[in-house]
Ligand binder design. Sequence first.
Ligand SMILES: Nc1ncnc2c1ncn2[C@@H]1O[C@H](COP(=O)(O)OP(=O)(O)O)[C@@H](O)[C@H]1O
Ligand SMILES: [Mg+2]
Length: 301
Amino acid sequence: MADNKNLVVECDNLVKIYKAKDLEVVALQGLDLSVEKGELTAIIGKSGSGKSTLLNIIAGLERPSAGKVFVDGKDLLKFTDKELKEFNRSSIGFVWQNTARNIIPYLTAQQNVEVPMMITGHKSRSAWAKELLQMVGLGNKRNSRLGELSGGEQQRVAIAISLANSPRLVLADEPTGSVDGRTAHNILEVFSRLNKELGITVVIVTHDMRISKMVNRVISISDGMIGSELFKTDCLSHNIDNSDIQSFISKTHDEFAIVDRKGRMRIPEELMTKMNIKGGQKLTIHENDRGFEVFVDSLSK
Ligand SMILES: Nc1ncnc2c1ncn2[C@@H]1O[C@H](COP(=O)(O)OP(=O)(O)O)[C@@H](O)[C@H]1O
Ligand SMILES: [Mg+2]
């Protein structure tokens, strides 16, 4: 363990058991995971499969019940609580699904990005915050207060905040979970760009299968264990066919829909039966008084 200098994350036989009153929940049961420096990895899995628990342990926000976790060659189990906090602050960038958890609404975008730097005593805070906001495409919104920005823009500020202390690793827990489809795509693109251009190691938990076109690796987690790995390539991920992704997910995932190249929404067969939808049908979805027509078809086609 921890010999390979290229590994940013190494989890070995991780176990996490939550105890609440007389109830024990096994969130992770013997999970192994390695992430190399510079990789962009997506983790997918059903709700409750242990994804957040895993990210929190890697981030040093929680301790495992058993097993080992090394981040950047450091054995997190050897850290005291204070050291763990310091490690989290200086080495990990974290983006949560809930934007409110990432940001302070009454401060401007620029001030928000400067906050973590104040805590660590970063020099030239203003210039670095400006640069980061430019990187995430918000150079012109630096002085907007967070309450004045859209959900997607707030999430991009959150990404800039996560980078403020030049972390070794950026972890994102369903960062696109509360924004619409196109905005989600933009956010995933920002991660992809930061990974490619700055070589930042990123692990994203997501339901959004479009990410599979942008990452090096898609890993599924099920019942607290790594279920399977779809692919690991050096930027050849666009060669993966939609049908590969579909068969992969149908084995590992039960709460998703994908939009195929022709703009059809594909959902699992059982769901179609349950919702009484026939294949090849147009449906109207209402949102904010506007109707959207979607063409729905079975995933298995
Ligand atoms: N603080 C906690 N206390 C008790 N049980 C928890 C706690 N956090 C998570 N769990 C349980 O652990 C399991 C894994 O949760 P989580 O890691 O949040 O899954 P995911 O992020 O994949 O939805 C679930 O059964 C969940 O209810
Ligand atoms: Mg979660």
